[in-house]
Each structure stands twice: as C-alpha cells, then as structure tokens.
Ligand binder design. Structure first.
Ligand SMILES: [Zn+2]
Length: 450
C-alpha cells in the first residue's frame, strides 16, 4: 500500500471530525444564516494547508473565499461552494440537519454532499499529498463561493472584478460528483443555461362580469395565443431564430451519450408517464435531455380557479416560462428573440420580463485535463465512468470557466444515488468520502504528468 493510502487511513478519524465540524456550521444563504462566519472558517482552513487565502467581499452578496498555493507552469482552478440549502422540513430528518451525526456508515447533515464533503475531501487530499509527497507540483486557484444555492447571482461580477487574480488556469475542477447505483463515477462536463421569463398581459382596469366578453378582449386568451406561437404540438420550439443557433452534439459527445445508462421503462414508471416527449426512444431520449433547449410553461395565473363557477372576465394574465439553454444560446439573446417574435405577430401587448438568467457551458471532451480526470476516476472507482457532456440542469460554470475559456470538470465527489441533495436526510457514506480524498490525491499526481 502506498504512503498516500496509509496517511489517509491513519487520519480517517480526524478527517471525519473536521468534516463534522464544517457541517455543524449552518451556512444557509436563502435565510442569510451563518454566511460570514463560515466563509472565515473556510479561509482559515485553507490557510492551515498553506494556501494564501482571503475572504473577498462582494457588494450586495455573500463573500467569496479565494485561495492560492503552489508554483509551476500549470494551474488548476477549483470551484466549490460553502453555502447550503435550507434544512426544512425539519421533522422529516432522522437526526438534526446540523448535528452531522455518524450512523450506519454515513454522515448525515445538510450540505454534507452538496457541497461541504466534496470541498473538505479536496482539502484532506492536498494535506495528504503535502505530507507524503511534498509541495504541490502546480499552482491551484481555489474559488469557494457562498451563493450557489440561490443561483450564484454575483459570481459573474466577482469574476469580472477579480479577473487578474483568477486568470491563467488550464482547467477547472468543478464541484459535485457521485457514484451511480452500479458504482460508476459520474462526471459532468457542462451545464445548461436558463432564461426565465415572465410573460403578462393587462386588459380592463379590473375583473369584469363575463357578459362583457363580446366587447372586451380577454388577456388570458391573448396570452394563450402568444404562448401557442412559441412552441408547436410536436414539442418543437418555434421562436424565430432560436433553434437555428443550437449546436448539435459532436462525434465525441455522441459516443459519451450512448454510454450513459438510462432505464427508460423505470423512468417512465417513476414519473407516471407512458411515452417520452416526441415519442423518443433509446439514445434519442438522452440526446433530448442533455442537448435540446426547452421552453416550459412553469405556471399560469389568471381569473378564477376556486371551487364552483364564477363567470368572470379576468383583467390580467401572467405566465412564468423557462427556457433551458444549450450552446450557442444565451439568456439575453433568447429574451431578444422572444420579444421580436411576439412583436412580429402583433403581440406587442405582451410584456416580457427577464426574472433569472444563466449562460450554458460545455467543455471539450478531448481536452487532456478532461481525459485525465476520466482516467483517474476509472482507476480509483474501479468502474467505467459515466460522462455527461452536459447535465440536464443548470449551474454557474459559464461564469467562471467561460470567462477564461477553460474546461470545467465535475466529478470525484462523495455522493451516492440516495444522497438526498436539497432534501431531508442528506448524507454521504464514509467509504465514499475516503474515496473522494484518494481521487483528488491521484488526480494531482496524474495532472502533474501531463
Ligand atoms: Zn445544491
């Protein structure tokens, strides 16, 4: 057994104790609880392993912890976040969300999988490397933000204001990572973006008796007609100029896509559906999930929806519509395309407001740092990695990786298929935590050989 392994095993108890200490600090960004203290704790911990670390305040937002260490030609950026989701509903937890209890081989705590465990495992891996090998063989620039769980509203501005500090990295090790039910490590190389819109129409100055419908136009109908022009009955987005910008998967991406396990029957059963949209089957379902943009009516608010009849002509109608974006779309462009599309069809009365936005990002599969992360995962997990060219969901990868045009690689985390992210009883297995430390340790050695 090598010295790295011995050190990790000898220190397991202390490592777990430190992870518990971190998890016992509530850092609930949505409720603004414990943010500054936790940021300071993270910075102090990085300093303990030799990082030049600082808490950088961001006007109007949570501070970002930034740390740097090492010298050499190569630079690895690392991204994590120290904030967590609210723990509610509390009565569904089997032990306190901030007790970090160890039970049945797992640690149970809010944030232990998303994202405190993965962060701490990297700290412990670096500490181990320093103790058994020596100084780090390359430079590390570590960004630990505190607003990931509310959509990273200020990360872009932080990057903008600290460009000089952050520049020069070759790749970015992203947060996250888990193994699937078959023990295969899951790696993700990109994220979808989002353009979240409110579409609304105003009619008369108040709700009216519906006998007025022959002479007063109904904002609910106006909105239905406008929405119907955005997407057709075959699930195709019909916003002028939108689909033309969508980049098709590359050959490499198709190869990865075909290897992603996707149990169609099970998922249909789980969701209570009989077919997938567009009647897709096989690899086409996965392709749609990861590579297609979406246009989703998230909610529709108008008129009367209470019990029994009420004959009313609403004076207002509002919908929330989210577009999930893939390269080469972006939120500003989609907002503009939707506005122009509606105007062209006479829907100038539909007000469009941008409520939330995120740019999509996808890393090149054949990048050597990406390939090294995949190889190390294969070796450490002893199973073929499942590599997602992009996740179906969103995240702030573009804000950091896009700003410097470097690949973002998520993986090697400590999660399991039932880690209960954002839910009661969030947990990781101790065994998975120790493996996550090993993964990062081996990755440092492998990246050094590039
Ligand atoms: Zn999360």
């Amino acid at each position: 057994m090598d010295r790295f392994e011995t050190y990790v095993q000898d220190n397991q108890e202390r490592f777990l104790g430190e992870l518990q200490e971190f998890c016992r600090k509530p850092s609930i960004i949505a409720q603004k609880i414990g943010i500054d203290e936790t940021a300071q704790w993270v910075s102090d911990r990085l300093q303990k392993i030799g990082f030049e670390a600082q808490v950088i305040s961001v006007e109007g937002g949570a501070p970002v912890v930034y740390g740097e260490i090492g010298t050499g030609d190569k630079t690895l950026m690392i991204y994590n976040h120290y904030d967590v989701q609210p723990p509610e509903p509390l009565d569904l937890w089997d032990s306190g969300p901030f007790d970090a209890e160890i039970r049945a081989g797992r640690i149970w705590a809010r944030g232990v999988s998303d994202n405190k465990g993965p962060w701490m495992a990297r700290v412990h891996a670096i500490e181990t490397y320093q103790n058994v090998v020596g100084e780090l063989p390359f430079r590390i620039k570590w960004v630990v933000e505190g607003e990931e769980e509310i959509g990273s509203p200020n990360l872009g501005r932080f990057v903008e204001q600290n460009r000089a500090l952050l520049a020069g990295a070759d790749a970015c090790l992203w947060e996250g990572g888990r193994r699937d039910g078959a023990g295969r490590p899951v790696i993700s190389l990109g994220m979808k973006g989002i353009c979240y819109l409110s579409l609304s129409v105003n009619g008369a100055n108040s709700d009216l008796h519906s006998m007025n419908a022959p002479i007063v136009s109904n904002p609910a109908w106006r909105l239905v007609w406008a929405l119907a022009s955005l997407k057709d009955e075959n699930e195709n987005i019909t916003v002028d100029g939108l689909m033309e910008r969508v980049v098709e998967p590359t050959q490499d991406e198709w190869t990865l896509l075909r290897d992603i396990p996707f149990d169609e029957e099970q998922i249909k059963q789980d969701y209570g559906i009989t077919t997938f949209a567009r009647g897709a089957t096989g690899e086409e379902v996965v392709k749609q999930l990861l590579f297609d943009p979406t246009c989703t009516i998230c909610g529709f608010l108008t008129g009367y929806t209470g019990p029994g009849p009420k004959t009313v002509l609403p004076h207002q109608a509002e919908t929330k519509v989210d577009f999930r974006l893939v390269p080469d779309l972006n939120p500003e462009l989609v907002l503009q395309l939707v506005r122009e599309h509606l105007d062209r069809r006479g829907f100038t009365d539909v007000e469009v407001e941008l409520l939330a936005q995120l740019w999509p990002y996808r890393s090149p599969v054949d990048h050597p740092w990406v390939q090294t992360c995949i190889e190390v995962a294969r070796a450490i997990f002893g199973a073929e990695p499942v590599v997602y060219p992009s996740s179906a969901g969103g995240g702030p990868m573009h804000q950091l990786c896009g700003a410097f045009d470097i690949p973002g690689i998520s993986g090697g985390g400590a999660g399991n298929p039932n880690s209960n992210l954002h839910a009661p009883n969030e947990n990781i297995f101790i065994e998975d935590y120790m493996r996550a430390i090993r993964y990062t340790g081996h990755l440092i050695r492998a990246l050094n050989k590039l």
